[in-house]
Write a protein of this length. Structure first.
Length: 500
């Protein structure tokens, strides 16, 4: 009787080592490849192929009944599988997600056991006469807050109590024991409650507040959880929230927001905005003064019509933009601007950048991404672009005047403009465009290590987005010409669950 032995596991792990080694070798020839990002994203494939190899082993063993089939998993393989799951999850967390968004924040108020209790709702109202310019303080809030400005001299509060308890009688007792009040302290009006003294550190009670206050009120809100909305006030507003969305509309004054999560929306602000911390989506529109954002925000960021300076600073991106008359949107893998009247400076990495209809100076540094710049106004200020890896495309009006110094190491150059003082060298290790066009004008500096450079003349011929150049040897970028209008560099969408 023949003895059949078959073991595929050793072959599987050998192929795994070959595959991983191939990925890192690929990076040596193409710096655009990020091996750890590929491993962090696709590591579950190892488990899938491991399972397939086990299935093939089983089928092969069934075809040879004279042998005893091996166990599905040995003890050491079970331990290895658990370690692989743990390490794969950890690598994905570290590589694909910023640490601020891991969601390990623990809120003691959200007692897990309370989800098994019944919920009961009660309401109460109160009113407090105020004078002068009232300063309203809401501290340790747990629940949604909505504040509206009105022509009145009182603070009016409607409170909706959501109480979790074993039965209605226990909930009614908690509601009766819950006390709310507005008291004047050191020139401030403070909304007090005894929620935390009513057992479980107040974890069974959520209070949603709807307030009507004088339009001149200055509000200071500190919320543990719940959404916050402020509308129609003429004083400075300060908001701090640990968990929840924030929305302000039609405010005159300074708005300061400190966040640990959730989205932010600010519209119709006659004043300045200061936003810091971390969170998700941001929408800012129609601000008469400056906007400053500092922190890690992982969602879609939208800015429109910022009259003065827009300042954004995160671990990945440092940006200053003046007089944004149009729209700026940013996600983890892209930055798009349409309509900016003042200077703009951006230092970032791994973003595709598109800037349209700029009227002032540009200074852009991007370590890995396509860059497309276009304007219908002849440039009057310097343009400087530095790219480590990515194509650069600049489209200018035909009547432009400029000086240029553009170099593409390991790439290609192309220029629609021509003249006796303009030299375009397409051969050699470092193709370049140098000299001047027209009557001199502002200086254009463009440098890229692995990517092509193209200087377009508006309306000269239609074009499509350039392909990224290969780093080994001369770039293989091909310029495609089709009968359709100019389109900017195409963007590669990256996952939204990472900071911008």
């Amino acid at each position: 009787m023949s003895v059949y032995t078959y073991r595929r596991g050793s072959i599987f792990w050998a192929l795994t080592l070959i595959g991983v080694g191939g990925i890192f070798l690929w990076q040596n020839f193409n710096p655009t490849i990020h091996p750890w990002q590929l491993i962090a994203k696709f590591w579950p494939i190892l488990i899938i192929f491991w399972g397939l190899s086990k299935l093939i082993d089983y089928i092969q063993a069934q075809a040879h009944p004279e042998t005893t089939p091996p166990p599905l998993f040995s003890g050491s393989e079970v331990v290895l599988l658990i370690l692989l799951l743990i390490m794969g999850t950890l690598v994905s967390k570290v590589i694909l997600h910023p640490w601020q968004d891991w969601g390990w924040h623990i809120n003691n108020n959200d007692d897990f056991s309370n989800i098994f209790l019944n919920s009961y709702t009660y309401t109460q109202t109160l009113s407090q006469k105020v004078h002068g310019t009232p300063h309203l303080v809401l501290a340790d809030q747990r629940g949604d807050v909505e504040i509206r400005g009105a022509d009145q001299s009182t603070i009016e509060v409607m409170a909706k109590e959501s109480i979790r308890a074993e039965d209605e009688s226990a909930a009614k007792k908690l509601s009766d024991d819950l006390k709310l009040g507005v008291e004047e302290e050191a020139g401030h009006y403070v909304l007090h409650s005894n929620r935390r003294s009513l057992g479980d550190d107040g974890g069974r009670i959520t209070i949603d507040l709807n307030l009507s206050v004088p339009k001149t009120a200055v509000c200071e809100i500190d919320s543990q959880s719940g959404d916050i909305a402020v509308d129609g006030l003429n004083g400075d507003q300060i908001v701090a929230t640990h968990k929840g969305d924030v929305r302000t509309t039609n405010i005159q004054g300074l708005v300061k927001i400190h966040k640990f999560g959730g989205s932010t929306a600010v519209r119709g602000l006659k004043g300045s905005l200061e936003l810091d911390g971390r969170g998700d989506d941001i929408e800012v529109a129609d601000v008469s003064d400056t906007v400053t954002v500092h922190g890690e925000f992982s969602g879609a960021l939208q800015f429109r019509n910022v009259a003065q300076t827009l300042r954004y600073e995160s671990l990945r991106t440092d940006m200053t933009a003046q007089k944004l008359s149009g729209r700026l949107s940013m996600e983890v893998g892209s930055l798009e601007v349409t309509g900016i009247d003042g200077p703009m400076e951006v230092t970032t990495r791994q973003k595709d950048i598109t800037v349209g209809e700029f009227k002032h100076s540009l200074h852009i540094t991007d370590s890995d991404g396509q860059i497309s710049l276009q304007t219908s106004t002849p440039p009057t200020h310097d343009i400087q672009v530095e790219s480590k890896n990515g194509a650069v495309e600049l489209s200018l009006p035909a009547n432009s005047n400029f000086q240029i110094d553009a170099h593409s190491r390991h790439g290609e150059v192309d220029c629609d403009f021509s003249g006796p003082a303009l030299k375009v060298a397409k051969e050699g290790d470092t193709p370049y465009i140098s000299g001047s066009y027209g009557k001199g004008g502002p200086m254009i500096h463009v440098n890229t290590d692995y990517g092509a450079i193209r200087i377009l003349r508006n309306g000269s011929h239609p074009s499509t987005a350039p392909e990224r150049a290969e780093p080994s040897g001369k770039a293989q970028t091909t310029w495609n010409h089709h009968a359709r209008p100019y389109t900017p560099v195409a963007h590669v969408r990256r996952p939204r669950n990472a900071a911008s």
